[in-house]
Ligand binder design. Structure first.
Ligand SMILES: [Zn+2]
Length: 559
């Protein structure tokens, strides 16, 4: 046996949190599940019977590999400042904590620059060997495929090169235990017999790929897909998209309604891209961003000499959008004079530049947007009712982000790509916990706020690693209030008990109560809680009635 000893696993145990009221188990920021070994057994049996031994083995190996690679990130994070060996054994220790197998290192020899690795481990209580034997009886060859995948995935991620583990003995073949040996893949002369189990490419996945290609083609034939600028699949999104899609082929004036930041300009652009005008210009203008006295010249253009400072003739947005689409954002902010002119343009299809008496024919599709209640603005006399009816022919409500939570993963993925490229960051993604926090946030600022949050995460997360909750939100997130962890004895206990004790002690000391003072206060409180019943009070305090009597007398004596 080797002289390798495991460090205490309290640091790893503390990563495991049970939020039973929310139906969640966390290992640090990864979502975990407690699965019946019987369910794993059923899965293995189904895989073997339907796909054959080789495919079943490949799937389970890859499943284990993914888990191991995830756990290797914790090794860096939790024991990055420990010895290399203590950091490495996070893998075996987590494999045990996760209930897969008992691992005893037999020989472990490796160096930091990853040029060398040799690991020899003994396995007992292998769950895979156990369920395999129960289902199929003794096997001719080793069967701990998922676990071997885990060891290879963990070690490869830890070392930064492919370390292939082989099971040299297996309990399922009638041995007392399993044994695994791992070294760099190049050092195994028969590596080619094993590596196919780690590869995604296979007949099955090729078949599935072909089928999804067929499905995608069929879907494209049935309906047009949204342009890539529009992302979503939630019911609220699809409803808005369908309305846009139907309007695109017509000339109808579209009014986009929705809160600030819901992405109205994206929808307007998508409408343009899907319309027969796609080859023409798309021009956007935000009416709230311009000073009132400039709006008219911006929209309709200006002729030289129209007013002081107008030294050259200039086209307005309407002329620029000729043959295409003009997007008027925050249309509710237009001053009344500009509203009158806009109405005339819409009615007559021609514009007149400021300081010009010529009219010019224009062919523009108008898309307007607002986040204010135009009805109310009409009533208050801030918005012309005739213009309102002209714009409100085809209103489309863009739902706020909190009503399209199902779209958040898709949106986040697209934003990660965009900001990753922008900031030169390669990231593994967002952790399960971070994604959950993103889904639980209220997003008053909608898509724009989500974009800012993801950009912040991309900037803060270390290269090649995961974006965690702390990278996204400043300040503590209380979205998982009650949690339990695993204590030394292996049972669940409130994870924040230690914190509560710390707080309480600090308060007692800060109050200057002293030990005796605190003891008496606690006793009086217990007596009161027990409504004067001393036996009841003793029970609350976890002491006997005579012990309580003694303490009460001690107090009387000191008075
Ligand atoms: Zn085995």
């Amino acid at each position: 046996m080797s002289d390798i000893h495991y460090p205490q696993n309290a640091d790893l145990r503390s990563l495991l949190r049970f939020c039973s009221e929310k139906g969640l188990i966390w290992l640090d920021e990864s979502r975990m599940i407690l699965m019946h070994a019987a369910a794993l057994s059923e899965l293995r049996k189904e895989l073997i019977n339907s796909l054959g031994i080789d495919q079943a083995r490949r799937i389970l190996t890859r499943m284990g590999y993914a888990a191991g690679a995830r756990d290797a990130e914790l090794a860096r994070k939790i024991r990055g400042d420990h010895s290399l060996q203590d950091a490495f054994v996070v893998g075996p220790q987590l494999h045990m904590l996760e209930g897969m197998v008992h691992v005893t290192p037999f020989k472990l020899d490796f160096d930091k620059d990853a040029s060398h690795f040799y690991g020899d481990f003994l396995w007992e209580n292998s769950v895979e060997a156990e369920v395999h034997v129960r289902e199929f009886g003794h096997a001719e060859h080793p069967v701990c495929w998922m676990q071997i995948g885990y060891a290879s995935g963990y070690t490869s991620a830890f070392m930064g090169r492919f370390i292939l583990f082989k099971e040299t003995e297996c309990m399922a073949t009638g041995r007392n235990r399993c044994r695994i040996v791992g070294k760099p893949v190049e050092e195994w002369p028969d590596a080619a017999d094993y590596t196919p189990y780690y590869e995604a490419d296979s007949i099955v996945s090729r078949m599935l790929e072909l089928r999804s290609e067929v499905d995608a083609l069929r879907a494209t034939l049935e309906r047009r897909l949204p342009p890539p600028s529009l992302i979503g699949s939630s019911a609220g999104f699809r409803h808005a998209y369908t309305l846009i899609d139907k309007a695109a082929v017509t000339q109808v004036t579209v009014l986009l309604l929705g809160e600030t930041g819901v992405g109205k300009e994206r929808f307007a652009r998508a409408l343009h891209e899907m319309s027969p005008r796609a080859g023409g210009p798309f021009v956007a203008i935000n009416c709230a961003a311009l000073p009132h006295d400039l709006i008219e010249s911006e929209l309709f253009g200006v002729e030289r000499g129209a007013f002081t400072g107008a030294q050259v003739s200039r086209m307005g947005k309407f002329e620029r959008a000729d043959g295409g689409t003009l997007f008027l954002d925050e249309v509710g902010e237009l001053p009344l004079a500009a509203q009158a002119k806009l109405l005339r343009v819409l009615q007559e299809g021609e514009i007149e530049r400021l300081g010009d008496d010529r009219t010019r024919k224009i062919n523009v599709r108008l898309v307007a947007a607002t986040n204010v209640d135009l009805h109310a603005a009409v009533k208050a006399g801030r918005f012309r009712s005739d213009l309102f009816y002209r714009l409100n022919v085809y209103p489309v409500v863009i739902p706020p982000l909190r009503e399209r939570v199902a779209d958040i993963p898709l949106l986040v993925e697209a934003m990660l790509k965009r900001f990753g490229a922008l900031h030169g960051k390669r990231l593994a993604g967002v952790t399960d916990k971070a994604l959950r926090a993103l889904k639980g946030h209220a997003w008053p600022g909608n898509i724009r706020e989500l974009e800012n949050t993801i950009e912040r995460g991309v900037i803060l997360a270390p290269q090649d690693e995961w974006i965690e909750v702390d990278h996204l939100f400043a300040g503590p997130q209380d979205f998982e209030a009650s949690q339990e962890g695993i204590n030394d004895a292996g049972s669940l206990s409130a994870a924040d008990a230690k914190d509560t004790t710390d707080t309480l002690c600090n308060q007692v000391i800060a109050a200057g109560m002293g030990l005796d003072g605190f003891e008496q206060a606690l006793i009086q409180h217990a007596v009161k809680e027990a409504k004067g019943n001393l036996s009841g009070a003793a029970r609350l305090l976890g002491i006997t009635r005579p012990q309580l009597n003694y303490r009460l007398k001690k107090k009387e004596a000191s008075v």
